[in-house]
Design a protein around this ligand. Sequence first.
Ligand code: E4P
Length: 221
Amino acid sequence: MKFFIDTANLKEIDEARSLGMLDGITTNPSLISKESLFSHKEIYEHYISICKRLKNDENMSAEVISSNYTDMIQEGEKLALLHPKIVVKIPITKNGIKTIKYLSQKKIKTNSTLIFSTGQSILAAKAGATYVSPFVGRLDDVSYNGLNLIQEIKSIYDNYSFETKILAASIRHPLHIVECFKIGVYAITSPLNVIYSLLNHPLTNIGLDKFIKDFHRKINK
Ligand code: E4P
């Protein structure tokens, strides 16, 4: 069971580390745009700073922004060369599938992103993606059950013993996390605040309040 943090923010990464809830990082171009980074050079340096915070088998997904095959390959190889902990994140398009195939043959790890259907997840696995990222919350947003997609991908991958790992993405609330782990995904990736929300229970707050009050009522006497 792994918790990836969906962020490009160094403070948030350090906080997740101190909480003991950091098994990897996923970024995307929107998350990168929230940081004070203004050139490709700064972005690449930032990726390296994130990677330096990672341990052992932890890794970070960095997404390509090119869309044609030659550029995707070039960008993917450049990202992979930046740091050994980088997983190249590739949108699920026709060129994306070809790029995944090419990079996987070169033993470069890939994360097939923007997955919204089982069909897309099948092509990603056949192409040799290391990870597949189905977007649970964004499907829920348009009245499809994102968790059903996770369940379907899990059973298809199990049927054919695909090695591609399910990295459930677009996680918006605590039940998404719990349900994904019940299904048996390899990892979820979510913002840190959603992981914190797993802590919330009113009976915990009421119980803690009572324990402290009872203690002080006696000790203050
Ligand atoms: C996946 O890797 C994406 O970065 C991410 O989970 C998207 O989440 P969002 O739908 O909350 O933007």
